[in-house]
Design a binder for this molecule. Sequence first.
Ligand SMILES: [Zn+2]
Length: 168
Amino acid sequence: MASISNRLAKKLNLEQHGDIIFGRANDIFFNVRLIKAELKKSYSSLIERLLAPKYETAHIEAFAYANKEVDLKEINGFIEENYFIYMVDNLKYRDNYFTMFLSKNDSININPSYIADFLTHFSSYLQDNSYYSACHICKSNDNISCIYMPSGRMQEICETCRLKNADM
Ligand SMILES: [Zn+2]
């Protein structure tokens, strides 16, 4: 896992916290987690086990606001149009983020370049459709830093909100 995460982080200049790879691509803030493949019982030999895929899927969260109603149908249209390139399933939007699973297409393990390409492509699509990332409390973009939330995510926070929260 270290190598897939490290290579992905390096490709897009992302950071890592535990198993979370996070940061912005095209100004959209992401959390990415690689999901361990299940070891199938049918693998009988050691060689089979060693060659078995270890990471086949990435769980992706894209934190994005919009100054309009979030149009999940429109986003799903983009996902469907590109499904032959990026195998994305289970797209949802909660409070302020999109969540989805990206499955590998033609490699044994999910490929860092493939994940990076998807993040670049998807973030540029969101940006073109007036979505933006910002402080998760006040939606400002002043002096943004990242904090680890009790929800198990890295989230962006502005300096003012960070100082206010530190007082609580
Ligand atoms: Zn704020």
